[in-house]
Design a protein around this ligand. Structure first.
Ligand SMILES: CC(C)(COP(=O)(O)OP(=O)(O)OC[C@H]1O[C@@H](n2cnc3c(N)ncnc32)[C@H](O)[C@@H]1OP(=O)(O)O)[C@@H](O)C(=O)NCCC(=O)NCCS
Length: 175
């Protein structure tokens, strides 16, 4: 479908606020074949971890992130990119990329060594620098997220692809 916009400069990415909750809920529900559904309460409780893309006062995209701690190894904690969705009519104009890049920028301050995603859209994440990894490397994610899945009995038979991006920390000052 042709993108209806003539320019892409009229959308902006920003931190989500509470008035965005219903729009985020609707966007995730509209993509339930691709995303894990999230109750309103979960979106509210994690509103500080959401970014939205706004166009002419309307929310047309969202994305969020979650910390995955590693027992006994605090500095190995990673970030999972979650709930990335762009309204169909506004796709392929850089909004999804902008949302994920904004998350990667946001989490730099915490020095996470990498971010991961489980996704049905590998080409999108590949274009952002993510590479495919074995699901065995994200067992913590499988235990915390996939264990509640209602679509697949076993995460290893699920067609979602595990991907990772390494985050450079060399240039960050360690105080
Ligand atoms: C995946 C998704 C978020 C991409 O959003 P988008 O705004 O269209 O993505 P962008 O315009 O920023 O695309 C960036 C690049 O990703 C790649 N890409 C995006 N969608 C793609 C697709 N369907 N097939 C192949 N490559 C794709 C392209 O390289 C693209 O660059 P280009 O347009 O210059 O070729 C959107 O298609 C979507 O909401 N899908 C349903 C939900 C989903 O699968 N979310 C991801 C799981 S967390």
């Amino acid at each position: 479908m042709q993108n209806p916009d003539t320019t892409v400069s009229d959308w902006q990415i920003r931190h989500a606020v509470l008035r965005d909750v219903n729009a985020i809920f609707g966007l995730i529900r509209a993509h339930q074949d691709d995303l894990i559904l999230r109750p309103i309460g979960d979106i509210i409780a994690n509103i500080d971890r959401f970014f939205v893309a706004e166009k002419n006062g309307r929310i047309v995209g969202c994305a969020s992130w979650k910390i995955l701690p590693e027992i006994g190894s605090p500095e190995s904690a990673s970030v999972e990119v979650q709930s990335v969705a762009v309204e169909f009519a506004y796709r392929r104009s850089g909004i999804g990329k902008g949302l994920v890049e904004r998350i990667l920028q946001e989490i730099r301050q915490f020095h996470f060594p990498h971010a991961i995603v489980l996704t049905f859209a590998p080409n999108f994440f590949r274009s952002l620098g993510f590479r495919e990894i074995s699901k065995m490397k994200v067992m913590h994610k499988l235990y915390t997220g996939c264990i509640g899945c209602t679509k697949y009995a076993d995460p290893f038979s699920c067609p979602e692809i595990a991907m990772q991006i390494d985050l450079p920390t060399d240039d960050l000052s360690r105080k």
